[in-house]
Design a protein around this ligand. Structure first.
Ligand code: PLP
Length: 233
């Protein structure tokens, strides 16, 4: 009840500061350099007026899971503040590949041949190359997007060699009912053997563990903005 009397914006700014503090402590605890972990602030389902104070507080990197939603609210926010970096963290359909390649700075969800081929084509056509991460379905969950761990090396090689795509990162979303750590460790191993330096892993409930296991990017939504009202996956 008390929470509802708080201005949601002020709440988000205070929680952002708290999360930044926790990231800094986790970096230090893991013996990682200060600032080596990037906070991707997940703003899906939240309107521009809720996001704006978080930008004013200095946050520049944001994650959205739907192309259409992002294209609705971010042009105005980008026009107000230079230097915004937008990550697509939700599943991408190949008929949205052009819009995604045009609009996002990073696409974290490259997860199958069809989408990789579509992105490669659009990157040439648009002469614009967002950074690309491959999503790995570390838990091999049938309902979840991502390349299976056993097919990851081959898929990354296909993207690089056949499509000339620059794969700079890996991303995973561990199964909800399992310990996240083994999934983070697996993603780290796949990255190491493919010479990939960016690891996008860890969300509100487990980003500190992810940092301990090598995350370079953590994707935190509800711990900053509060619970989402709409379903978002
Ligand atoms: C929604 C979402 C997040 C953020 O989750 P929280 O638990 O709210 O921090 C991170 N990554 C992906 C892919 C998401 O869809």
């Amino acid at each position: 009840m008390a929470e509802e009397n708080v201005q949601p914006q002020q709440g988000a700014v205070a929680r952002l500061a708290e999360i930044r503090g926790r990231i800094a402590r986790a970096e230090a605890d893991a013996g990682r350099a200060p600032g080596s972990v990037t906070l991707v602030c997940v703003s899906k389902t939240f309107d521009a007026e809720v996001i704006r104070p978080v930008i004013a507080a200095g946050q520049r990197v944001f994650g959205e899971n739907r192309v259409q939603e992002a294209m609705g609210k971010w042009p105005a926010l980008r026009a107000e503040t230079p230097g915004i970096e937008l990550h697509l963290i939700g599943p991408l359909q190949s008929n949205k590949a052009r819009e995604a390649a045009q609009f996002f700075d990073v696409i974290e969800t490259v997860d199958r041949e069809k989408i990789a081929v579509a992105l490669a084509k659009e990157i040439v056509a648009l002469d614009r190359a967002p950074k690309l991460y491959v999503q790995v379905n570390t838990g091999a969950e049938p309902q979840k997007a991502g390349i299976l761990p056993g097919q990851a090396d081959e898929f990354i090689a296909f993207c690089r060699n056949d499509l000339k795509l620059d794969i700079s990162g890996l991303m995973c979303i561990p199964p909800v009912n399992e310990q996240a750590a083994p999934h983070f460790a697996l993603l780290n191993k796949i990255a190491a053997r493919n010479a990939i330096r960016i690891l996008s892993m860890g969300m509100s409930s487990d980003f500190e563990i992810a940092i301990e296991l090598g995350a370079t990017h953590v994707r935190v939504g509800s711990a900053i903005f509060g619970e989402r009202k709409m379903s978002s996956n």
